[in-house]
Design a protein around this ligand. Structure first.
Ligand SMILES: *Cc1c(COP(=O)(O)O)cnc(C)c1O
Length: 350
């Protein structure tokens, strides 16, 4: 084994540093028996779709894609004509981290940015954005896209979603939800999945699997089936139709049937809370967003950031508000948190 093959210690940079959770891995392994129909015509895929229908308690239309960027872009493109606009938060992943994929796949739409505290779109900002221009020279607002949990680790409450649904209804906007960390939001709110999706007005959800412990893949869930018309073609054209689909979908069966989807997100959230509680006790370290899901955002001196990097800790400082972000995931342990907190404590004291 060369030194570059060495296993990394657990890190806090991205939930995607983690491996595959055991429930997903077991299901993947089980699906690797003999033969199955290709391109999603297999029984595993049918079962995964049905489990998601049970999960959301509605007869929804479900598709699977390799990643979140494609899922968001294709879902949004399916809701828009090229002359439309999509309203999202200025920190939204579709705005800051998808390299223009939404605009690319929808052939010309414009993202209109609305602000709001702690990564959450403010309903008044949506209204303002819609009303700023209503003439034919400006792209017509068509979709409100919300991220749940948000890019800065906060969660829209049911009341907040209700207020946003009201504005969306008033101005005839469709609602898209980027749920890359939907399971973390759900574990945080302790409500049923339907209450923060279709009952809250969400038309299409990008449901995160990768960050929740799958090897790869997200689901695109259409709560209004008519909106899914021809969506399969869109996926295929974009290179997102998996030929050996069972390996994308069997892991969903594993995490949904076992309950791991929610349980492991709850674990990640509890880890983040523990880390948050430890970090705020340290002089010079300040929480910049409430810890409501699996991320902790703190402000700390540049010298401390560098010193931590010197001890081989990996974390991002370019996400959202540009502060240090520590992500927890299904594989984070108490020992990881204690080790990180101990280093922060020690380095902050020098
Ligand atoms: C991770 C993430 C995605 C998906 O990103 P991919 O790297 O394309 O899978 C989408 N939205 C949010 C908010 C994310 O954090």
């Amino acid at each position: 084994m060369s030194s570059s093959d060495q296993v990394l210690k657990n890190q806090f940079a991205s939930d995607n540093y983690s491996g595959i959770c055991p429930e997903a891995f077991a299901a993947l392994n089980e699906a690797n028996q003999g033969f199955a129909n290709a391109y999603g015509e297999d029984d595993y895929t049918a079962r995964a779709c049905n489990l998601l229908r049970d999960f959301f308690e509605i007869d929804c239309q479900v598709f699977f894609a390799f990643n979140g960027t494609a899922s968001n872009s294709l879902a949004l493109a399916s809701l828009c004509q090229s002359y439309h606009s999509i309203i999202s938060h200025e920190l939204a992943h579709i705005e800051t981290d998808e390299c223009g994929a939404v605009e690319f796949f929808s052939n010309g739409i414009k993202l209109l940015l609305a602000d709001g505290e702690h990564g959450k779109v403010d309903p008044k900002a949506v209204e303002h954005t819609v009303l700023r221009r209503t003439d034919i020279h400006y792209p017509k607002p068509q979709v409100l896209s919300l991220t749940q949990a948000t890019e800065v680790g906060t969660v829209y409450s049911m009341d907040e979603l209700d207020a946003l649904q009201e504005v969306a209804r008033k101005y005839n906007l469709r609602m898209h939800m980027d749920g890359a960390r939907f399971s973390n939001a759900l574990a945080s709110l302790k409500c049923s999945p339907k209450e923060i999706t279709w009952k809250a007005g969400v038309d299409v959800l990008t449901l995160g699997g990768t960050k929740a412990g799958l090897p790869v893949g997200e689901a695109i869930v259409f709560f209004k089936k008519e909106l899914a018309e021809d969506f399969g073609y869109r996926c295929k054209q974009a290179g997102q139709l998996a030929s050996k689909m069972r390996f994308l979908t069997a892991p969903w069966i594993g995490i949904l049937e076992s309950g791991a989807f929610l349980d492991r997100a709850g674990h990640a959230n509890r880890c983040a809370q523990k880390l948050s509680d430890a970090l705020v006790e340290i002089p010079g370290v300040e929480l910049v967003h409430p810890t409501q899901a699996n991320a902790v955002f703190v402000q700390m001196p540049e010298s401390l950031i560098e010193a931590l990097r010197g001890r081989d800790w990996r974390f991002y400082t370019f996400i959202g508000s540009g502060h240090a972000r520590f992500m927890c995931n299904w594989a984070t342990t108490e020992a990881d948190i204690e080790a990180l907190a101990a280093d922060v404590r020690e380095l902050a004291a020098v």
